[in-house]
Design a protein around this ligand. Structure first.
Ligand code: HEM
Length: 195
């Protein structure tokens, strides 16, 4: 990220300048819209399972959720907070699916989410894990309707989401870095005046 002044998150390897944002084609958008209707009713379950699996594989992610620190996994699973957070992610997914036809609007929504995640201390390297877990959860729900095209469509949606979130995250990291540098400079000038 290049700024050691303000970011609390660890640096991550991929730089947004190197990213070519992946986008869904019209057929993929239609596949996602249709299958979403079937998944929607299991949204709470899907949201909780996604995060429980993420925490099992990457326990370090718990640190982003202050309330979950030092709490045993079973307790977390039962906790209202986890359910609430899973639902927030799922409801964002719902919004995204509904706005697939309005890419400029959706881009801005996701960029803003990425900016917020800078302050949640959540490293972008973990975002795509949620996509992988989401696909693992919805596969058995969709049963015989599942196909490699459908899997590709959902994978593409999550790639697009996570790449745009990274762009927003980096934007915010740069902004905070700039603000911190300015504050430091102002303080230095003030100190010089006093001397
Ligand atoms: C595709 C990936 C992800 C999506 C779509 C997503 C979505 C969201 C949404 C919609 C919110 C609520 C924002 C608001 O209040 O306006 C949120 C909050 C939050 N997210 Fe994420 N998130 C993702 C990945 C992650 C990961 C991997 C972590 C941690 C490692 C994380 C940590 C948090 C935290 C700490 C909050 C604030 C607390 C809360 O709302 O419960 N997120 N996220």
């Amino acid at each position: 990220m290049g700024c050691t002044l303000s970011s609390e998150s660890e640096p991550h390897n991929e730089h947004v300048e190197d990213l070519t944002i992946v986008r869904l084609n019209e057929a993929q958008k239609e596949l996602v819209r249709k299958s979403w209707r079937a998944v929607q009713s299991d949204a709470t379950k899907a949201g909780v399972i996604m995060f429980v699996r993420l925490f099992e594989i990457h326990p370090e992610c718990k640190d982003a959720f202050f309330d979950f620190r030092d709490v045993a996994d079973l307790e977390i699973q039962a906790s209202r907070e986890l359910r609430a957070h899973g639902l927030r992610v799922l409801s964002f997914l719902e919004k995204s699916v509904a706005r697939l036809g309005k890419p400029e609007h959706l881009d801005e929504l996701i960029l803003e989410l990425g900016r917020k995640h800078y302050h949640y201390n959540s490293n972008p390297k973990y975002y795509m894990y949620l996509g992988t877990e989401f696909i693992r959860v919805i596969k058995p729900i969709l049963k015989e309707r599942w196909s490699s095209e459908l899997e590709n469509a959902w994978m593409t949606l999550f790639l697009y989401l996570t790449q745009m979130m990274k762009v927003g995250f980096e934007e915010e990291a740069r902004k905070q870095c700039h603000t911190a540098a300015l504050a430091l400079e102002t303080q230095r000038l003030g100190d010089r005046e006093v001397l």
